[in-house]
Structures are given as structure tokens and as C-alpha cells.
Design a protein around this ligand. Structure first.
Ligand code: ADP
Ligand code: ZN
Length: 436
């Protein structure tokens, strides 16, 4: 395999060199942080009175965590370190509830984020000869514009399709010979189920790759997409607070995501105690952005759960890899006292060959108890079969779930195209229990 690099020197730098870059950049970020309302109070409270107090990377640990709530309370300008005349772009989080959170980028910040996006795209082996159809929503959400800028920097032809309108999406893929998609895995699954009625067969498309991200998904979902479309699917991780996509990306080997450590310091902590976990152990991802000075953000608790690989990658990059996101510390379901992550359920149902491209998890009260219902769509041919066969599929899904999550859920089978679809991030869990 020919390995493609965007910036070979940085991507293959020694761990010591990466640490040097981190320290140098951290000092600059701390200096910027003193110009914000938020950190100018928070840093002195822990005895950091000037950027000179950051002498080594260990000093990062003296800085308290920043939480999503801190961002909300600082809305709109509490974390802004520069005059707005220096700002060239803002984005807000796609969160639908409560006060939004905002990020600000200066021209330099945007340039650095764009470069990292280009690095991410290149590490999958894609290049300027590729045609990228960007199916993430544009606007305040970072997934659209940030990928767009990065792909342009690579020199790709970019189709800013944005999300939704499946018919038009597939037509664009066909007419412009799209080779790479940027899309949520749930929407890409949905599109496949629509191909027969759109009358555009896969052989009319030129797809080679998909960058899938913005929502949790399992390895089995990736495999399913790869075989449905005959493409390579690369996991793409990001969050608006850290500039959006391009923070960690899979390389050509597709063995989990390289974290760009010259630009972000990643810590994995025990979400209960806040202590660092041991190497390779799962915990909450905490990030410090080293490439944004207009709005510094240090030790941000993402609530995403993952672990870091310690062994090197075959591609020669030295930046450590992160596992796929196992779930969020706030999406764990407690069902009659048993902890279940939606991702565990997805992992099981996506390996059942009869299961189609959509599913939903419902948790409800039945008397004093919780009841878990897993609704799955089956491929149309299943409904032409005998009732007995359908019952067997149902029993098999239920048994396999019991083996994985220890609870035996009720399984509802649905015809393809009947469960709710989202064109952006999928809503997989409906929990109708009253929250305490
Ligand atoms: P919001 O928090 O409002 O959804 P974002 O749109 O920035 O804001 O979403 C970022 C979140 O999306 C991440 O914190 C993570 O939970 C999820 N996410 C993004 N990419 C992935 C991915 N590749 N795998 C799993 N989850 C992801
Ligand atoms: Zn690699």
C-alpha cells in the first residue's frame, strides 16, 4: 500500500518531538486564555498566575476541567480571547436542548483547522483526483463547512450537497461521478434502502470511500456499509467544541483513529474520579485544543468514552490511535439496574443478515419495571417468507442480545422504510421513562 501523508514530518514525528510541539503551543494557548473572562478567573484560582507558570506538560493537570456547562454559561463571549474584528467565523454546537455553545475562529485558527482536515482526508488515501460529496449539514454545524474547506485545500472537487433530499443526493453521485462521501452512517444506511425505488443501481455510481462520523456506530455497521456499497468506510471523529471534524481520523489501515497530537492533547480519565486511567483503559476523552487562540479551550470533557492504543500503526504515523467511541457517559441506559450502552445493541443487530438498514431502541415503564424494546427493520424479502421464519429471526435477535447485554428485550420487526429516519444525526433511543 502506498502511504499518503499531508505533512510527513509532523505525522511521523517522534513522541518527544510531539511533546515539544505540545508544550510550545500550550504556553501560547494559556497566554490566550488569560485574555478570556472565563479562564482569567479560573486559572489564578488554582495558582496559575501567568503563562510562565506552565513549565512542563505536567502543569496541564493543574488546570481544572472545562465542562459543557461552563461553555453554556460563558455564552456568548465568556471564552472569547480576541476582539471580534479578529474573528472570521463562528460555529455553534448542534445540541438541540438548552443554551447553545459557540466557538470562534480567527483567520489563523481557521487555517490550522483546515490544514488538519486536509491531513485527515489525505491519511485515508484520498487525493485531489477524488470528488467529494459532502452530505453533512452546512450552516452552524461544523460538519459541513469544516470538511468543505479541508477538501478544497486537498484540491478535491467538492459537491456541497448538504444533508437530506435522498433522490438528489443519488443523482449528484451519478452525474458527477462522486468517489468519496462525507455522511453520517445512519443516513448512508438509509440511502441504500432507497436505491431500488430511485431506479439508480449501484453500478451507475463511482463510489470508493466514505468518511463516516458525527454519531456513534459499531464496527458491524461499518462492515455492513462497506459490503452494501463495496467501498472503504473510514471513521471520522470530531466535535464542534474542538473545531468539528478532523480531530481523529482513520488511516488507510482502518484500525481506529489517529488523534492529531501536535494539535490536540488527549487525556483519558475515569469519569467518576477525574483521574487519568492506565494506558489502554477505557475512559472519558478530555481534550485540549492547541491550535485555536481566538477561543482557547483546555481539558474539555467530551463525555465520549474510548481508549487509546499504545502500539504503533503500520502507516508509520506516530500519533496515537483512539478506539471508536463506545458511547457517551451520558447515553448509558440503566434498565432495571443493568447498564447498557446503545452501541452494544447496535453491534449485535447489525451483524444479523436479515436486519435491514434502520433500527430504534425504546425504553419505557411497564408497571414498576423498565421495558426494553428493540425495533428493527427487515429486508423486504423477509416479509415474503413464512411467518415461522420471521419468528425465528425475532428469537435469534433476542437471544443474541440477551447474551451480550444480559437483558432479554422485546423485539419488534418492521418493514423497510417504516421507522423514523434522520438525515443528520440519528435519534436511536427513545426513553419515555420519567426522569428523576
Ligand atoms: P453536539 O454535542 O451538539 O452533538 P457536535 O455536533 O459537535 O455537537 O457533536 C459531537 C459529538 O458527536 C461527539 O462528542 C461525539 O459524541 C459524536 N461523534 C462525532 N463523531 C463521532 C464518531 N466518529 N463516532 C462516534 N461519535 C461521534
Ligand atoms: Zn495509521
Amino acid at each position: 500500500m502506498e502511504i499518503r501523508y499531508w505533512n510527513k514530518e509532523v505525522e511521523t514525528a517522534s513522541p518527544e518531538r510531539i511533546k515539544e510541539i505540545q508544550l510550545e503551543r500550550l504556553k501560547k494557548i494559556v497566554a490566550a486564555a488569560f485574555k478570556t473572562q472565563f479562564y482569567s478567573k479560573r486559572l489564578p484560582a488554582v495558582g496559575i498566575n501567568s503563562p510562565d507558570d506552565i513549565k512542563s506538560l505536567d502543569d496541564l493537570r493543574r488546570i481544572p476541567f472545562t465542562m459543557k456547562d461552563d461553555l453554556r454559561q460563558s455564552y456568548p463571549k465568556g471564552l472569547l480571547a480576541v476582539d471580534t474584528s479578529e474573528v472570521v467565523r463562528i460555529h455553534t454546537s448542534s445540541g438541540t436542548t438548552g443554551i447553545p455553545t459557540v466557538i470562534y475562529l480567527s483567520a489563523n485558527d481557521l487555517n490550522a483547522a483546515t490544514d488538519l482536515m486536509a491531513r485527515s482526508i489525505t491519511c485515508t488515501g484520498a487525493d485531489k483526483t477524488d470528488i467529494l460529496q459532502n452530505m453533512m449539514s452546512y450552516g452552524m454545524f461544523t460538519g459541513g463547512l469544516c470538511m468543505h474547506y479541508g477538501a478544497e485545500r486537498v484540491g478535491m472537487m467538492v459537491i456541497p450537497a448538504a444533508s437530506g433530499n435522498t433522490k438528489r443526493q443519488v443523482q449528484l453521485m451519478k452525474d458527477f461521478r462522486t468517489t468519496v462521501l462525507h455522511v453520517t452512517p445512519s443516513y448512508l444506511l438509509h440511502i441504500h434502502s432507497k436505491l431500488p425505488e430511485l431506479g439508480i443501481p449501484l453500478k451507475d455510481l463511482a463510489l470508493k470511500k466514505a468518511f463516516i462520523g458525527a454519531e456513534p456506530h459499531s464496527e458491524n455497521t461499518r462492515k455492513k456499509l462497506e459490503s452494501l456499497y463495496n467501498i472503504d468506510a473510514y471513521n471520522s471523529y470530531g466535535l464542534s467544541e474542538m473545531n468539528g471534524p478532523g480531530i481523529a481520523f482513520e488511516c488507510q489501515y482502518k484500525k481506529d483513529l489517529h488523534f492529531w497530537e501536535d494539535s490536540y492533547i488527549v487525556e483519558i480519565i475515569n469519569p467518576k474520579t477525574g483521574e487519568l486511567v492506565k494506558d489502554g483503559e477505557q475512559g472519558e476523552v478530555v481534550l485540549t485544543n492547541l491550535i485555536r487562540s481566538a477561543m482557547p479551550l483546555m481539558r474539555y470533557r467530551t463525555r465520549d468514552l474510548a481508549y487509546l492504543h499504545t502500539e504503533p500503526c503500520e502507516c508509520g504515523r506516530t500519533h496515537r490511535r483512539m478506539s471508536r467511541i463506545m458511547g457517551r457517559s451520558d447515553d448509558m441506559l440503566i434498565i432495571n439496574g443493568v447498564n447498557v450502552f446503545p452501541s452494544q445493541i447496535e453491534e449485535v443487530i447489525m451483524r444479523v443478515p436479515e436486519v435491514g438498514t434502520n433500527y430504534q431502541i425504546l425504553v419505557e415503564k411497564q408497571g414498576a419495571l423498565d421495558r426494553l424494546v428493540v425495533k428493527v427493520e427487515l429486508y423486504p424479502k423477509m416479509f415474503l417468507g413464512e411467518a415461522k421464519q420471521i419468528e425465528q429471526v425475532k428469537a435469534r435477535i433476542s437471544d443474541e442480545l440477551k447474551a451480550s447485554i444480559t437483558i432479554k428485550p422485546a423485539i419488534e420487526l418492521h418493514e423497510q422504510g417504516t421507522l423514523p429516519v434522520s438525515e443528520g444525526k440519528a435519534v436511536r433511543v427513545v426513553d419515555t421513562r420519567e426522569k428523576l
